[in-house]
Ligand binder design. Structure first.
Ligand SMILES: CC(C)(COP(=O)(O)OP(=O)(O)OC[C@H]1O[C@@H](n2cnc3c(N)ncnc32)[C@H](O)[C@@H]1OP(=O)(O)O)[C@@H](O)C(=O)NCCC(=O)NCCS
Length: 197
């Protein structure tokens, strides 16, 4: 079990078993902190990078004013948690839960390691491990689900490592730079979660 550092503020309408909003999770050199103003420019640059858009299933460009609006809404939205990922104090990516549903105890996971040199050396495993501990632990989730492009092998491998199973194939679900992309729906239940395999 990775160590969790809790530095939270109280929420009046949080998840059933986790009545606080964790602002920091950490394991070794990897720290997740609630996304802040300082990380917004870098976040927008990654969201607009063509080589990353294919992997995160995005198209189009985010303008500064759109991002400002997104961030303001995010801060008031209890169904979304977004963390900046730091390694040795350097911002290397972002991760989060969207569609946090306290009635059905589920949420959608996503991750983007955007900084060059950050991928393919175990960081994804560290981040997903922290997020699963947080999701199934403090947030009280029963199910964590995600969407991944059929051809995104590092991401698929990462999710399978932690026991995620495919439960859907969404055919030609996205159109990214003229290419239609099949997407897998994958999920992990609390009863199946035993850490990294
Ligand atoms: C997907 C992502 C989070 C994975 O994190 P990572 O730090 O690069 O991956 P890790 O080093 O932790 O490796 C995870 C697994 O993928 C495997 N892997 C890494 N690169 C790979 C590649 N190019 N091809 C196949 N498998 C690969 C690793 O070997 C490891 O499996 P193993 O434990 O069986 O050896 C990261 O690459 C990323 O953010 N990519 C860009 C955005 C993205 O694709 N997000 C996910 C959208 S669903």
């Amino acid at each position: 079990m990775p160590g969790l550092v809790v530095a939270g503020v109280w929420l009046d309408n949080a998840m059933r078993t986790g009545d606080y909003f964790l602002t920091m999770l950490e394991t070794g050199p990897v720290v997740l902190k609630s996304l802040g103003e300082d990380e917004l420019d870098q976040t927008r640059a990654w969201a607009n990078a063509p080589e990353l858009q294919r992997l995160i299933l995005r198209s189009g460009q985010v303008a500064p004013e759109d991002q400002r609006l997104w961030f303001e809404r995010l801060r008031a939205d209890k169904t979304r948690l977004v963390f900046a990922v730091f390694e040795h104090g350097r911002h290397v990516g972002n991760t989060g839960f969207y569609h946090i549903d306290s009635t059905h105890e589920r949420a959608e996971f996503w991750i983007l390691l955007g900084r060059d040199g950050s991928r393919g050396r175990g960081l994804g495993k560290a981040v997903l491990g922290l997020m699963l501990e947080h999701g199934f632990g403090a947030l009280g989730l029963n199910k964590i689900f995600l969407h991944v492009g059929e051809g995104n092998l590092p991401a698929k491998r990462l999710y399978e490592r932690f026991g995620f199973r495919q439960e859907a194939l969404l055919r030609e679900h996205y159109l990214i730079e003229g290419a239609r992309v099949n997407v897998l729906g994958m999920s992990l239940l609390r009863s199946e979660y035993h850490g990294e395999k």
